[in-house]
Design a protein around this ligand. Structure first.
Ligand SMILES: NC(=O)c1ccc[n+]([C@@H]2O[C@H](COP(=O)([O-])OP(=O)(O)OC[C@H]3O[C@@H](n4cnc5c(N)ncnc54)[C@H](O)[C@@H]3O)[C@@H](O)[C@H]2O)c1
Ligand SMILES: [Zn+2]
Length: 416
């Protein structure tokens, strides 16, 4: 229910849209409680900003502490965001268990979104040139350094693998660097961010993992083998493989066969667009498994396949599912999962399989992702059901344990 301050903000917003006058005024923000309250750039409602923020800091392996930090002043280039929610990514799981990036203590969470509550005067547009104002919903992409090849908003530029990301940067004196928190400060030089006010919360939480698949599909399309009438195999029905299915479906591809060992996940893949499923546990040996895939395509091998498991055995197997002259996109190895064995003669050379690798995304893929999420909604593809469990910030340790136990698909931290 709206409180009196909310109502005041709404009234001011309506009046401003009628009169063209800025909706934000220092005098009308009488209840604000810190130095951050008062005049804010970017027309929109004004928000009460507390003195402190709560940040889930990973302070030891397998343990977060909820730390309270003062909210620093919002500088001319800064955006202060009240966090609504943030998905838990495989990378967060790796950090939680092993800290491979050596970041502890660190404010994690990069699949986040929230409401702009205050902005510096130099911030007027998002990274796609869309106007930005206080009250808008926002997501962050990468923090670019100074490599023009990856900063350009260009479909054909390299992926953003070398850039930083909020939620995976070393702690600093501001501390508000991760989305597992109630406030985050977007202010580092080279930050990229997008106005996604036209997407609901669950869609916004899914943007980052969906961008991984938008990029993978773009990579696949670069082979010129992926077409409307292609038979496509998707191996692995974790969030990555499932999103892949949903994207293929919204593209108009109608023959999609999923391969996994988890019956529940295979079943869910049908809701997202899979037309056939293969449970590898039902087959003994690669020949029988290949026949299982073929049967699902009505007696044909796949024209194209996406490898979405982190399993070397999965990589070895997938070539068998692809026809002569077909294509493969390998995107399942975000970390080193070890070597895989293939037979160069049978698997690549004589079959003339065109293979592409895919790694994260480009900045441009983010914008495409927003349109995909709207298309999924339009086509009644229940992509948001990927978020199977939501936890409060205070329960973040439990949420990570739950995630590690693989009890759900996408787990999210959602603030009240
Ligand atoms: N390329 C990128 O930029 C990028 C980005 C994010 C994640 N990833 C990687 O993608 C992979 C999938 O991510 P996720 O979140 O969906 O993981 P996940 O662990 O939730 O899902 C993997 C699925 O693969 C299935 N599987 C395992 N071995 C298999 C096999 N031999 N054959 C068929 N299915 C098998 C599992 O049952 C599981 O359902 C991960 O390894 C992750 O590191 C890559
Ligand atoms: Zn992620």
């Amino acid at each position: 229910m709206a409180n009196s301050q909310d109502i005041e903000a709404i009234v001011r917003q309506v009046l401003s849209s009628m009169s063209g006058v800025s909706a934000t005024s220092s005098s009308s923000n009488a209840t604000a409680s810190s130095f951050n309250s008062g005049a804010s750039f970017g027309a929109g409602p004004s928000y009460d900003i507390p003195k402190t923020a709560h940040v889930a800091m990973l302070t030891a392996l397998g343990h977060y502490d909820i730390k309270e930090f003062p909210i620093p002043p919002v500088g001319d280039n800064d955006i202060l965001v009240k966090v609504e929610g943030c998905g838990i990514c495989g990378t967060d799981a790796h950090e939680f268990r092993k800290d491979p990036f050596n970041l502890i203590p660190v404010a994690l969470g990069h699949e986040g979104t929230g409401t702009i509550v205050k902005m510096g005067k130099n911030v007027t547009k998002d990274s796609a040139g869309k106007p930005l104002k206080v009250g808008d919903k926002i997501v962050t992409c990468m923090i670019f350094k100074d490599d023009p090849d990856i900063t350009m908003y260009d479909l054909n530029k390299q992926n953003v693998g070398d850039a930083d990301v909020y939620g995976l940067v070393p702690d600093d004196e501001r501390h508000l660097n991760g989305w597992f928190s109630d406030y985050i400060m977007i202010g580092r030089e080279g930050s990229t961010f997008f106005n996604v006010s036209d997407l609901d919360l669950d869609s916004r939480i899914l943007i980052e993992p969906c961008a991984v698949l938008i990029h993978a599909v773009e990579r696949a399309k670069s082979t010129c083998i992926l077409r409307f009438n292609s038979r496509v195999a998707v191996q692995g029905c974790g969030p990555i493989g499932l999103i892949c299915v949903a994207i293929l479906r919204t593209m108009g591809i109608t023959q999609i066969v999923t391969v996994d060992g988890n019956a529940q996940r295979l079943e869910f893949s049908k809701k997202l667009g899979a037309t056939g499923t293969v449970n590898f546990k039902d087959f003994n040996g690669i020949e029988a498994l290949t026949q299982g895939v073929k049967d699902q395509f009505g007696g044909y091998l796949a024209d194209f396949a996406f490898q979405c498991t982190g399993s070397p055995a999965g990589h070895s197997n997938i070539y068998k599912f692809i026809r002569n002259g077909g294509g493969l996109c390998e995107l399942g190895f975000f970390i080193n999962g070890g070597d895989a064995t293939i037979n160069p003669h049978f698997d690549i050379c004589s079959k003339e399989i065109t293979t592409v690798g895919s790694w994260v995304y480009t900045l441009r893929d983010y914008a495409t992702t927003f349109e995909f999420l709207k298309a999924a909604q339009r086509d009644n593809i229940p992509i948001k059901e990927l978020i199977t469990h939501k936890f409060a910030l205070k329960d973040i340790n439990e949420a990570h344990e739950f995630n590690l136990a693989q009890k759900g698909l996408k787990i999210a931290i959602v603030n009240e």
